[in-house]
Ligand binder design. Structure first.
Ligand code: FCB
Length: 445
């Protein structure tokens, strides 16, 4: 087994997202998000489940911070629920919503854990969706205003900000493939959403720089850096086109290269990105770090019948409970890819982890999850190797602390290193929790 070796100042963390853990969906003046509405739409979420109670983190955050402290993490990546603090999306503020994040941040700092706040992890206020959601330009400006309120309320203590989580999901998965809220199926809407999400990032970034607050700001992407299924030139070309569609529509504008011409021309869709003068300059303003969420790697073969000229081909790797192939080497390839695209930019893994069908209940207070440990070990091996090669990887946030609401999969998929009993809401650390604790403490491998 390859040795895991990390610099002394490497940042260890865990990540989570508001809608997946908070619950208290109708409490203390929280407004509705697109996920509340999507979850109660029949057939959208596994078994009709929702984030209404989730892990009840809203009430149990102190216990959860305690679990993090005992784990020894240096940082916690959480997201702010936009409808909790602006129930209508903009305008009217909800002081109790702000209070919750004040208390959470205070508890983290008290425990010696650095808060890293994501502004947008998918819970768009429903009133903004009713005005058109991400396909509408005004939603980007609404996010900019919401960002300013977050910096004002928390910026004295939160020094790490992430503008967006995985805009690929908030655009394609939500407006073209219909799998996430608001469940639309229209590529034209998705491409408009792509641009407005990029613009929202640019506006939140501009507001942060303008606020004069210290600290750093970046964005989290789930890049697809697929491998060609063979060395044939057609397969290589198909893999590049897939990377254009899924990744370079985000990394291109961020890196000041604009939208990927090759794919736009092949598809004849350049006119579908509603770019206005000045947008690309805003989006390309320097960030302090890039966050990467990595779970799997696809292999792509040419397929002249497919709209983008390629299709995913199974590679025969073992799969997690999500059906996602376990490809740690793909993580190393992706880290190298990003280091080439953004030379010298500090990188953080802002999510990595795995769902496995853990035992439903702890036995004698323990949950054995050897497959998750193997997954984590393999992927941390890729990180360790990347660092040795000179990739500027500064930290790793494991997804996730608690089993939680896994979007369209409801509670049927468990990613936590702590088991959640959804009847009693009891938390039980799994073997992977102790493994990660020992790794962080330097008592690991
Ligand atoms: C990512 C999401 C995160 C979680 C993991 C499993 O795409 O950012 O909220 O659901 O997948």
């Amino acid at each position: 087994m390859e040795e895991l070796s990390f610099p002394k100042d490497f940042l260890w963390g865990v990540a989570a997202a508001s809608y997946q853990i908070e619950g208290a969906a109708r409490e203390d003046g929280r407004g509705e998000s697109i996920w509340d509405v999507f979850a109660r739409t029949p057939g959208k979420v596994h078994a009709g489940e929702s984030g209404e109670v989730a892990c009840d983190h809203y009430h149990r955050y102190a216990e959860d911070v305690g679990l993090m402290k005992a784990l020894g993490v240096g940082s916690y990546r959480f997201s702010i629920a936009w409808p909790r603090i602006f129930p209508d999306g903009r305008g009217r503020r909800n002081p109790k919503g702000f209070d919750f994040y004040q208390r959470l941040v205070d508890a983290l700092l008290e425990a010696g854990i650095e808060p890293a706040a994501t502004l947008y992890h998918w819970d768009l206020p429903q009133p903004l969706e009713e005005k058109g959601g991400w396909p509408e330009r005004d939603t980007a400006y609404a996010l900019g205003d919401y960002a300013v309120a977050c910096y004002d309320a928390l910026g004295d203590r939160v020094k790490t900000w992430i503008t967006l989580n995985e805009p690929w999901c908030s655009s394609y998965l939500s407006y073209a493939y219909g799998e996430h809220a608001p469940g639309k199926r229209d590529e034209t809407l998705a491409l408009r959403a792509v641009h407005h999400l990029n613009l929202a990032h640019g506006l939140a970034l501009e507001a942060f720089r303008g606020s004069g607050r210290g600290g750093k700001i970046g964005i989290t992407l789930n890049l697809s850096t697929p491998r060609p299924a063979s060395s044939a030139p057609e397969d290589r070309e198909a893999a590049e086109l897939a990377a254009d569609r899924d990744s370079r529509v985000f990394t291109g504008p961020l890196a000041g290269k604009g939208y990927p011409k090759r794919w736009l021309e092949k598809r004849g869709i350049a006119g579908l990105f509603p770019v206005q003068p000045g947008d690309l300059e805003k989006i390309a303003k320097p960030i302090d770090f890039l966050g990467l969420n990595y779970y799997t790697e696809h292999a792509i073969a040419a397929d002249p019948g497919a709209p983008d000229g390629g299709r995913v081909v199974p590679q025969g790797y073992p799969e997690t409970h999500m059906g996602w192939a376990v490809v740690p080497d793909g993580f190393l390839r992706q880290l190298r890819w990003v280091a080439r695209e953004f030379p010298g930019l500090p990188l953080y893994v802002t999510e990595n982890g795995a769902a496995y069908p853990d035992p439903e209940k702890p036995v004698d207070g323990r949950v054995h999850d050897p497959e998750r440990i193997a997954y984590l070990r393999g992927h941390l091996g890729a990180c360790s190797r990347a660092i040795a090669e000179g990739v500027q990887l500064k930290g790793y946030y494991l997804w996730t602390l608690l089993d939680n609401f896994e979007w369209a999969w409801g509670y049927s998929r468990r990613f936590g290193i702590v088991h959640t009993d959804y009847r009693t809401l009891a938390r039980t650390p799994k073997d992977s929790y102790y493994w990660y604790r020992d790794l962080i403490a330097g008592r690991g491998e």
